[in-house]
Ligand binder design. Structure first.
Ligand code: SF4
Length: 738
């Protein structure tokens, strides 16, 4: 065996399983130092520097990885990449450090009869996985197992997971943690443009006359994008719409500190002012849109006085905002989680889109209705993960689409479900109702991040079988698992990510995964084999092979990438934005969509979509007088801190203990002194936090960063009705000293 392993180390590990079938694959996974566990393949040695995209946020910065003996020794931001132009935030600089954390999962772990997680080999783990999952399906039906995945693994891995789970293992239900961040933007774009298509390029940050940020704090959450704003030489107006005086709002020329969740009303009122004054682009409206007349009638009741009362802005602030859009030639509208994570997120996002459409601020430099994505590969998930849509941007419910995908994959079309999956909240509810008994969680941490945490943990406890596939065995979800599958992380495997501006970038293996950990891609290959559907995935022999399948799936779609030859070409070009298709693909490095005024609906027109605003689901009350907002706490923290908390450098850059931002006037009334402990309590739970008194939050509002483990004990399980995205940004709480 060791001779065989030595020879296999000289080739990319992913080709192994398709060179040897059956027993050999089982043998390999039992062998310490076997399948994928050896040193980096020699053909990757030994450039001094190689480039790859960062594995945290959707900005998609490129990092120069400095190699010693073919293994990453250090990194620095790439100076010649069109995204980050030599910059990186603290998370990027520390990306390698977190790979060597002591709580890396290095071997499969299985819960024994005494309830303890104990080390097992891969063969035992995979045999257990298959027998338990199949057993549940036999007892409770094929749809009684589900998966929850992520926006953090390579697109090729997402595609493999989605195809394996749905076509191979016959699951119907599977969703991603992208439901928590981007589902609203997906639905808003699909309904308005006919496809999930963020239209911009990062050059638009530098080319705008007016930048409007709604529910977005790029200073902290997307610092390199913010650096691009700072490079704007057009003396831009920067309008920030946010209840808090965020770090971004401090730089604004106009900060519209609206009442929580009143942004939709503000945008309808702004549209009314633009229409009333004739400040619209009638030519663009006539040529490229539909539904404008109905929209113009709809916004008539949103007079300035009403909007001022509901947003708590002054009338002159609202009028000035409309004038600013009219006065300058190029306005770009940007939004993130303050819009997406809302009980009416989709319609709010569409209210932003409507402003861009009616003023012709789309398809030109420095314009656009631009959703900024969260995770490094949320955009890959949106197109290829088989969750919100059939892989390649198709529709599960359309028989032609199923036939096309089946043809490309060489499978029976009947293997493809003809209905959509339950969304994440429906999967959680399905567990609660006893419909789902087995759950496979890949690279996400719902026991920390899901809304209404106490209930979420109770739901996870009800499963018959919980599998967690992750880099770390210590996450709040992994410690609850029946089986932990150790996964390689960013830097330890290959593939591609797609960033916020639709740019595909390359991932590389520059670090050896610890112990027996395997790339997610390899784990999916093994599960396919153990499940008995390995033959279906014979062509899925490597990430590069799956990239070819993705290219073919995308052909003719708005996201067509069929003319990207390979990873090397992507790297040479500094990443490539989709689409990249046709006989003569547009080779510009910075490309925006809709330059020709044509959208993806069958008539080529964008749609105005609108609806009456909905009341807050849990407004402040006598008992719970504060509105709690949650969000990003610093540029050095990432989501549930699974990775960032492993860096001593990053830990120095944010408070270790949870803190709550509270207005000094409210603190005085409650007898709360600065930097003293308080308890923040909602109807669902409580958290102790350090009081941070600041006028950055208005009276009646408090803010707690989302990264702390207890924050979601407080949040209210309310969802946008169209996107099913959780509303993390508003619930009623009280604050008491102590
Ligand atoms: Fe990585 Fe995002 Fe930081 Fe860039 S901004 S270095 S992509 S975490």
């Amino acid at each position: 065996m060791s001779k065989l392993i030595d020879s296999l180390r000289q080739v990319p590990p992913l080709s192994l399983i398709h060179q040897r079938e059956g027993a050999l694959a089982r043998e390999l996974v039992q062998e310490p130092g076997g399948f994928g566990l050896g040193q980096l393949p020699s053909r990757h040695l030994p450039e001094a520097v190689t480039k790859m995209v960062c594995g945290y946020c959707s900005t998609g910065c490129s990092l120069d990885i400095h190699l010693r003996n073919g293994v990453a020794a250090n990194l620095s931001p790439s100076t010649d990449y069109p995204v980050n132009l030599g910059m990186a935030c603290p998370k990027g600089w520390e990306a390698l450090t977190v790979l060597d954390a002591p709580d890396r999962a290095t071997t499969p772990l299985m819960r024994n009869a005494s309830g303890k997680l104990v080390t097992v080999d891969w063969n035992t783990a995979l045999t257990e996985f298959v027998s338990r999952m199949k057993g549940i399906q036999e007892q409770h039906g094929p749809h009684s197992i589900a998966f929850l995945s992520t926006g953090q693994i390579a697109t090729e891995e997402m595609a493999f997971l989605g195809a394996l789970a749905k076509f191979g293992m016959r699951m119907l239900h599977g969703d991603g943690n992208t439901r928590q961040c981007m589902a609203t933007a997906v639905v808003a774009y699909k309904q308005a443009f006919g496809f999930d298509a963020p239209p911009y390029t990062y050059a638009d940050f530098e080319e705008s006359d007016v930048l409007v940020f709604t529910g977005a704090n790029p200073c902290l959450a997307h610092p390199i994008m913010w650096e691009r704003v700072m490079r704007n030489r057009r003396s831009p107006e920067i309008v920030v719409i946010d209840p808090r005086m965020t770090e971004t709002a401090m730089y604004a020329t106009q900060h519209l500190a609206i009442a929580p969740k009143s942004d939709q009303i503000l945008f309808y009122g702004t549209a009314r002012i633009l229409i009333e004054n004739g400040w619209v682009d009638q030519g663009f409206i006539d040529q490229s849109t539909e539904g404008y007349d109905q929209f113009a009638r709809f916004v008539e009741p949103f007079e300035v006085s009403r909007v001022a009362a509901e947003t708590r802005l002054r009338p002159d602030q609202i009028v000035r905002f409309a004038e600013t859009i009219h006065d300058r030639n190029r306005t770009s509208f940007w939004w993130t989680m303050g819009v997406n994570q809302s009980h009416q997120g989709v319609r709010t996002a569409q209210a932003i889109i409507n402003l861009a459409l009616m003023t012709g601020n789309i398809g030109r430099p420095g314009t656009g209705a631009n959703s900024i994505t969260g995770q490094c590969n949320a955009m890959g998930s949106r197109l290829f993960s088989n969750t919100t849509s059939l892989m390649g941007g198709y529709d599960f419910k359309c028989s032609d689409d199923r036939a096309k995908v089946a043809t490309v994959l060489g499978i029976d079309p009947n293997r493809i479900p003809a209905e959509n999956s339950w969304a994440y909240p429906e999967i959680m509810e399905g567990i609660l109702r006893g419909k789902i008994k087995g759950l496979w969680v890949v690279c996400t941490n719902p026991a920390h991040s899901w809304i209404n945490q106490n209930q979420a943990r109770d739901i996870l406890e009800r499963l018959d079988f919980l599998v967690v596939q992750d880099m770390y065995h210590s996450t709040e979800t992994a410690v609850r698992a029946d089986l932990v599958l150790p996964a390689a992380g960013w830097g330890e495997k290959e593939g591609t990510f797609i960033n916020s501006e639709r740019r595909l970038g390359v991932l590389k293996k520059v670090h050896n995964a610890p112990g027996h950990a395997l790339a997610d891609f390899q784990i999916f290959q093994l599960i396919a084999h153990y499940w008995g559907c390995g033959e279906m995935f014979r062509r899925w022999s490597s990430p590069a092979a799956v990239f070819e399948i993705m290219k073919e799936l995308s052909r003719g779609q708005p996201c067509d990438i069929s003319q990207i030859s390979d990873y090397a070409f992507l790297e040479e070009r500094g990443g490539i934005q989709w689409p990249y298709a046709g006989k003569v693909p547009d080779v510009r490095q910075e490309r925006r969509l809709f330059e020709d005024g044509k959208f993806y609906h069958s008539n080529g027109r964008a749609r105005f979509v609108f609806e009456d605003p909905r009341p807050l689901t849990e407004p402040p009350s006598e008992k719970y007088p504060f509105n709690l907002l949650t969000g990003r706490g610093s540029a050095s923290q990432w989501h549930t801190q699974t990775r960032t908390s492993k860096s001593a450098v990053l830990r120095k850059l944010y408070p270790e203990q949870p803190f709550v931002e509270l207005n000094p006037a409210d603190a005085r009334k409650l007898g709360i002194a600065p930097k003293t402990w308080v308890t923040v309590e909602s109807q669902r739970g409580e958290i102790r936090a350090m009081a941070f008194l600041t006028p950055a939050v208005p009276s009646g509002v408090v803010f707690i960063p989302m990264h702390y483990e207890g924050t979601n004990r407080l949040t209210d399980p309310v969802f946008d009705p169209y996107s099913k995205q959780p509303s993390y940004k508003s619930c009623a709480v009280r604050v008491v000293p102590g």
